[in-house]
Design a protein around this ligand. Structure first.
Ligand SMILES: Cc1ncc(COP(=O)(O)O)c(C=O)c1O
Length: 353
């Protein structure tokens, strides 16, 4: 820390992103990326706009917001774009949190929430998951705090039924409820809370192109909600960086929304590989939570989490251990290509036996 660093940030512990190895040949199952490339049309759309990079990007993201609005059946004014959903989430903490408007979220969830809260000086409460790592929606009823819930939750992969989510939204009418749907496309149809945005002015749904649209490196996320909430996010966005989405990513996002068949096939393949992975890991003796996401959360019967992680790395597999005491012995494993998951299971059997 330099002597110039503001004392207001002296105690800030930043988020630790998963490793992005360069050069090493590893099977990368640590940051929930897609094992599939973006479709050719997305790559072509990026190439087309690249000759105009001397110009700033469209600060309103007009074409992409229109495409997203059509996809979700909402108006473009109900969408705010972010440089990854991380940025959209950060804007939401900045827009809706302060000393009088604290946030609540599960104790085991996406590790960035407490970091955003600390950065923007928003007090927060962590509500423990049940012993089976589930969210008990009753813990969130009439809470009188802003709430953020990842659905499916990360790193558990477990979903909260839409009816439970609606009760939470309904019983906290004077607070914002953010549903972070980073992994919702892997949960099957009808799981998204987006349709509820038509009925509740306190609901913000946050989504990303990183996981289910194979565009983690393009950095594109967004929020869907009531137009007044979105206008608050836009106030923060225009106060920070109106050109937060570059032209290449705007084009990639719009092209990606024209490739729904390709992505639907990817999601079906990931769901198939996920069931094979869960049964394979269970056969190998691990405890595996039911997952509706593109990752599984698993615990070895004898090896501590960091030990299994280290042994897998020696054998060329990168997985994630989140390090929190309650989940120290659990590993989060991204669903990769089917062949790689088979190799992983065989390797775990060898390590454990
Ligand atoms: C639950 C959850 N929300 C949001 C994000 C952020 O994704 P991105 O900033 O790539 O959109 C992640 C990334 O891992 C996540 O797991």
């Amino acid at each position: 820390m330099s002597r110039f660093f503001s004392k207001t940030h002296a105690n800030l512990t930043p988020y630790t992103p998963g490793e992005q190895p360069r050069g090493e040949k590893l099977i990368k199952l640590n940051t929930n990326e897609s094992p599939f490339p973006p479709p050719q049309s997305v790559i072509a759309a990026i190439a087309r706009v690249s000759s105009n990079l001397q110009l700033y990007s469209d600060p309103q993201g007009t074409e992409l917001r229109a495409a997203l609005a059509a996809y979700h059946g909402v108006a473009p004014e109900q969408i705010s774009l972010g440089n990854g959903s991380d940025e959209t989430l950060a804007f939401a903490f900045a827009a809706f949190g302060d000393a009088e408007h604290s946030f609540a979220f599960p104790d085991i969830t996406y590790g960035f929430y407490p970091v955003f809260a600390a950065l923007f000086k928003v007090p927060f409460t962590e509500i423990p998951l049940t012993d089976s790592f589930e969210i008990d929606f009753r813990d969130y009823l009439n809470l009188g705090k802003n709430i953020v819930i990842a659905n499916p939750n990360a790193p558990t992969g477990i979903t909260l039924p839409l009816g439970d989510i609606e009760q939470i939204i309904k019983s906290n009418p004077d607070n914002i409820v953010i549903i972070d749907e980073a992994y919702i496309d892997f949960a099957g149809e009808g799981a998204s809370a987006v349709p509820l945005t038509a009925r509740y002015d306190n609901l913000l749904v946050v989504r990303t192109f990183s996981k289910s649209r194979n565009l983690a490196g393009a950095r594109l996320g967004y929020a869907v909600g009531n137009a007044a909430l979105i206008s608050d996010l836009e106030t923060i966005r225009y106060s920070f960086n109106p050109y937060n989405i570059n032209s290449l990513t705007l084009a990639a996002g719009a092209a990606a929304l024209r490739e729904n068949d390709y992505y639907a096939q990817n999601w079906a393949e990931i769901a198939r590989t996920r069931s094979l992975t869960i049964s394979g890991l269970r056969q190998a003796g691990l405890t595996v939570l039911p997952s509706a996401a593109n990752f599984v959360f698993a615990k070895h019967p004898t090896l501590a989490g960091p030990d299994l992680l280290a042994r897998l790395r020696e054998r060329g597999f990168l997985v994630r251990n989140l390090g929190q005491p309650r989940i120290r012995d659990w590993l989060r494993i991204t669903i990769g290509a089917a062949g790689d998951m088979e190799k992983l299971i065989e390797t775990i059997k060898v390590i454990g036996g």
